[in-house]
Design a protein. Sequence first.
Length: 338
Amino acid sequence: MDIHAAVVSSFGNPPRYEPFDLPAPADEDQALVDVLAVGLHPRVRTGASGSHYTSTGKLPMVPGVDGVGRRADGRLVYFVADDELVGPMATRTVIDSRHSIPLPDGADVVKIAAAMNPAMSSWVALRRRVPIEAGQSVLILGATGNAGQMAVQVAKRLGAGRVVGAGRDQARLATLPGIGADATVALTDDADATAAALAKEAAEVDLVIDYLWGKPAGDAIMALLQARADRSRALNWIQIGAMAGPTIELPSVALRSANFRLQGNGQGAVSTRTYLEELPSLVDEIEAGGLTVTAEAVPLADVESAWSAPEVPGVRTVLVPSRRQDRHAVRTGVTEGA
C-alpha cells in the first residue's frame, strides 16, 4: 500500500518525506488508521538516530512512538507504536489494536499527541512504579524540560503536598510556581551552592523523579542523603531520563547509610499492559485541562525542516499529515515561552 511517510534512510540524518510501501494488516489484532497527529518527542529523535536502547538498527524506518489516528470505522484512537510495525509518522499506518484506546469525539488530537508522551513517564511512575501517597513531597530533577514541567503538574494532580522543581533554565524555572511548584532550585556550575540549595528545599522529600542522571543526579543524591534528618525514612528515586549523561558515580555508602531506593521507569521496567491501563485516565486529565501543554502543529511534509529546527523551550512539535493544515500554533493553558 503506497503512503507518504517520514523515512529515515541513514542514522544521523533527518527523515525525508517520501513515498513508502505500507504492509497490510497481518491479522485481526492489527488495524489500518489514518494518522492525524504525531508528537516529535525526544524519545522519537533517539529512536530515529539508532541510539535508543530499544533500537534494532534496521533501516529504512519510519519513526514515532505514539500518535492519534482514525480507524476505518470512524473511531478516533490514541495508540502506542509497536516495534514490529511501521512507525506513526506517516499519512497512514498499521497499529496493534490492543495497544490503543478510544478517544471521545471532538478530542483535541494535537494536544493529546503533544502531551501523552511527556506526561506518561511521571504519571505511570507515581501511580504504578512508586504509588504516591496523599501529602507526600516530590523533587523533579530536570523540571525545566517539557517532561519535567509536566511532572510538576502530574505530581500535584496526584496529591503531592509539596513539589520542588530543579533545573538549569532560569527563565523556565521562574514559570514553575505558576503550574504547581512550591519551591525551585537552580542547578548551576557552582556545585557547593547547588548542593546547599537542594539540601535546603528538598532534603526531606519522599520521592524524586529524575530526568537528568549524569553528574547532576549523583551530586543531588549525596546532597539530599547527607542533609536528611532521618536517613532511615525511605527516599524513592525514580530514574526516567538521562539528559545529563548515561552514567553516574555513586559512593557505596549512599546505599548503606540511608534507606535509599533507586529504580527506573520505562520500557521493560513497566509492562506494556500497565502503561495501557493508565492511558484512559491520563487522556481524561489532559482533555479536562488538568495538565497544560504548549504544542505547535507542523505539516508532516515539512518533517525535514521541523526535525532540524532549533527546539523552542516549552513547545512540543506535533506533525500532522493533512496537507490542508497550515503551520500554526495550538496553545492550551500555557503562555508563550513557558
